[in-house]
Design a protein. Structure first.
Length: 453
């Protein structure tokens, strides 16, 4: 209990949290515009109070980007689109139960109030001036291993397959390609975290560009270029988020007024890449954030599914939970005779929506994933944990290298985690921490041997 912070803000968010539970339990079992509008306004009001309570100096962080994405995934469609143009985007053309929209919006609000409550509950010490004083010489090694993994991904046909997926061509890739691609980001994210740590140790006031690891810089730029050429935006966005968040955290804080236009520039940039890779044109401002909006439907499918069949008790989370452990999915699914399509909320929602297994994926979102597995309690507990976890690793990121690596991985998923499974970032998170731990063990072992000699 001594790690829980009790202030006037704790009380405020406890009240808002209780209110959001009542809103969900008493939500109308039909679409009601006024109710959805109230939930959206409540979300914006709570977000304002959250920022006021946090007294942020830097707005380029996980909280802000997560809140921005959450708004468009959870609240935009029921308030701004359902009445005027409900079938504008392809996902909404597939049938879903419109009577659960109001409850789904209230559920989303409850999830975010839980996140706010968890974050506010973390007890920060008044002074946080100390920082990690150790520098690390693993950056080149980490970058080279990541580069080798990426080269093997290309050689195995994975890159051609990825490029073909966006261009409409069918290219067969080796099964090893997916493993090489999975190994590439954790090494790179770990190297970037260590790079910013070393630069901050060198100077807390000035960012020395000349001190950047040249191999890391060249490889990162090459990686971004190749991924953009393939048509994929995800890794590029993740790297931009990492560099932007760590630079502003260590060196130059960004105010809210400067952060907002920066976000819109980034969103428009990603949209332009989307247009270039797949054609099409802008038919309205909402198209810019279409990739976020279309995931709102998944909450409706999840709520309707639980109403009919009940919760899956974690079965629909198994794929992402087992993802960090190589071959574990195949082993567990085989032993317990589990259909892989039932072990992921994204696959299950696609299966429900399309009437069977399909190559077309409709995805999921963080609230839908939690609700399908554990209902309202799952949304409350896990979102509370996420808010507290982010607050903790952000607070310790300048003091503890493991916290910095964890925050680096999480900030890279600050956009995507809203429209994916709750534990989707788990593999990169665990692998990055394990990779650094292994490098530390190896380095310490070498030092001991040298001392003994």
């Amino acid at each position: 209990m001594e790690n829980i912070k009790f202030t006037k803000w704790t009380l405020v968010f406890a009240i808002l949290f209780i209110e959001s539970i009542l809103l969900f339990l008493l939500a109308p079992h039909y679409y009601n515009y006024e109710f959805n509008l109230f939930c959206m306004i409540q979300y914006l009001f709570s977000s304002f109070l959250f920022l006021k309570a946090k007294k942020k100096e830097n707005y380029f962080d996980f909280d802000m980007i997560f809140m921005f994405s959450f708004f468009f995934v959870m609240f935009f469609y029921p308030v701004f689109m359902f009445q005027s143009d409900p079938l504008k985007y392809f996902a909404f053309k597939y049938e879903f139960n419109e009577n659960v929209i109001s409850r789904s919006t209230a559920l989303s609000l409850l999830g975010m109030q839980s996140y706010f409550f968890g974050s506010i509950s973390f007890k920060e010490k008044e002074k946080n001036d100390s920082f990690n004083v150790k520098s690390y010489n693993y950056i080149t090694g980490l970058a080279i291993i990541s580069a080798l993994s990426f080269i093997l991904f290309i050689a195995s046909g994975g890159y051609s397959s990825l490029k073909g997926a966006y261009s409409g061509e069918s290219v067969q890739a080796s099964g090893l390609g997916s493993y090489f691609r999975a190994f590439t980001p954790p090494f790179l994210y770990c190297a970037l975290a260590l790079q910013f740590n070393n630069l901050y140790k060198l100077s807390t006031d000035k960012f020395y560009i000349k001190k950047l690891n040249k191999i890391l810089v060249i490889y990162t730029l090459a990686f971004i270029a190749l991924m953009l050429m393939s048509g994929s935006r995800a890794n590029t966005l993740q790297l931009l988020l990492i560099c932007g968040a760590l630079y502003t955290m260590f060196y130059r804080s960004i105010s809210f007024v400067r952060f907002v236009p920066l976000v819109f520039i980034g969103v428009i940039g990603m949209f332009i890449i989307n247009i270039l890779r797949g054609g099409g044109e802008l038919s309205g401002l909402a198209d810019i954030v279409m990739d976020l909006i279309i995931n709102n439907r998944n909450t409706y499918v999840a709520v309707d599914y639980v109403d009919v069949y009940g919760v899956t008790l974690g079965k629909s989370m198994l794929s992402v939970l087992l993802a960090p452990f190589p071959f574990m999915q195949t082993i567990i699914f085989s032993i317990f005779n589990i259909n892989a399509w039932d072990a992921s909320s994204a696959s299950l929602i696609t299966k429900i929506s399309l009437g069977g297994e399909s190559e077309l994926g409709l995805g999921t979102n963080i609230i839908a994933d939690l609700y399908m597995s554990f209902g309202m309690i799952g949304v409350i507990v896990f979102m509370f944990f996420l808010g507290r976890f982010i607050a903790k690793i952000l607070y310790f990121s300048k003091k503890n290298i493991y916290a910095l690596i964890a925050y680096t991985v999480m900030i890279s998923y600050s956009v995507y985690i809203v429209r994916s499974e709750f534990f989707y970032s788990g593999r990169d998170l665990l692998w990055a921490l394990l990779i650094f731990f292994c490098f530390e063990i190896f380095n310490n072992s070498k030092k001991r041997k040298l001392q003994e000699e």
